[in-house]
Design a protein around this ligand. Structure first.
Ligand SMILES: O=P(O)(O)OC[C@H]1O[C@](O)(COP(=O)(O)O)[C@@H](O)[C@@H]1O
Ligand SMILES: [Mg+2]
Ligand SMILES: [Mg+2]
Length: 344
């Protein structure tokens, strides 16, 4: 009989990969798993409880916050605070970084950046949404008060990252830099169980994922790439299929399993891109790279981008390696960046 391996068991087992590990990161990942279960419980019965709709507040991005954005944010922050391994949180829903001050967490060695609810526009319509998380070691000493500078680290400094997708099933997918593993929540035992070991994204795919509603505002290189995807060419399995859920986590998860590319370029309304580098692009880029894929801003590796602001935005080309390389080729040819004037 197949034995299940829970997330907790797997994390402890993998701790052996890190000779100096004392279990802090394992406990931190456990805390994120606990908050994910609580948020999942509310999402599953969203229509029955007063958790749908607007919260009546606006976040630092100028977006109106949904009740579920706020609820998820509170659940993750309180789980991290009571867990004691994290001393500071950067969240999409908080303008300032959140100092965790409980007697346990103030000495926490880790920083967590989080998008508590990704795909907010899909909450009310019962379409998959997600959570993303990124974990760093603090840069400030244990006797110093952690601050924003602890968050302004390049994606290459992540010690772990992952996402939770709340879809037809709920899955938690994460990496600590040694491959990517996926766990499905079994509601009957209330545990995330290993269901997708050692996930790899196909080097090529036939799915492209971009909001074509903004087509006229896209850089020429992106327009050319979309046309490339739509050309009829049996040999290269084109035309590709267009799929766009509108929840980045769900679009990425599909492409991780099937192969494909997700692009959120610069647009007229978002000249620097829409998605946030620290808690959307960096964690997903770490996952996709660890699964054998590629993630750039069309010119430079996402994980190498300098981080100067907590809510900084970036454009992103992410997914199957050869598809991203092709899109970059188009960007270099049709939308070259003058690196003299534009810092990447
Ligand atoms: O509606 P658009 O402009 O295509 O944007 C959709 C994108 O915005 C997001 O919803 C932004 O994330 P949040 O919902 O966390 O703000 C992504 O999940 C998604 O990929
Ligand atoms: Mg998001
Ligand atoms: Mg969000």
């Amino acid at each position: 009989m197949a034995t299940v391996k829970t997330l907790g068991q797997f994390i402890i087992e993998k701790q052996a990969d890190f000779p100096y590990a004392k279990g802090e990161l394992s406990r931190l990942l456990r805390d994120i798993g606990i908050a994910a279960k609580i948020v999942n419980r509310e999402i599953n019965k969203a229509g029955l409880v007063d958790i749908l709709g607007e919260a009546g507040t606006v976040n630092v991005q100028g977006e109106s916050q949904k009740k579920l954005d706020i609820y998820a944010n509170e659940q993750f922050i309180s789980a991290l605070e009571s867990g004691g391994e994290c001393c500071l949180v950067a969240s999409e829903e908080n303008e300032e970084v959140v100092l965790l001050n409980s007697k346990f967490s103030k000495d926490g060695k880790y920083i967590v950046a989080i998008d508590p609810l990704d795909g907010s526009s899909n909450i009310e319509v019962n379409v998959a949404v997600g959570t993303t998380f990124s974990i760093y070691r603090r840069k400030t000493n244990i006797d110093e008060e952690p601050n924003e500078s602890d968050v302004l680290q390049r994606g290459t400094e992540q010690v772990a990252a992952g996402y939770i997708v709340y879809g037809s099933s709920t899955m938690l997918v994460y990496t600590t830099g040694k491959g990517v593993n996926g766990f499905t929540l079994d509601p009957s035992i209330g545990e995330f169980c290993l269901s997708h070991p050692d996930m790899k994204i196909p080097e090529d795919g036939t799915i492209y994922s971009i909001n074509e509603g903004y087509y006229v505002h896209f850089p020429e290189g992106v327009k050319k790439y979309i046309k490339y995807c739509q050309v009829h060419d049996k040999e290269t399995h084109r035309p590709y299929t267009s799929r766009y859920i509108g929840s980045m986590v769900a679009d990425l998860h599909r492409n991780l399993i099937r192969g494909g590319i997700f692009i959120y370029p610069t647009t007229a309304s978002n000249p620097k891109g829409k998605l946030r580098l620290v808690y959307e692009c960096n964690p997903l880029a770490f996952i996709i790279e660890q699964a054998g894929g590629r993630a750039t801003n069309g010119f430079k590796r996402i994980l190498d981008l300098d981080v100067t602001e907590v809510h900084q935005r970036s454009c992103i080309f992410i997914g199957s390696k050869n598809m991203v390389l092709k899109a970059e080729e188009m960007m270099h040819e049709y939308s070259p960046i003058d690196t003299e004037t534009v810092s990447l």
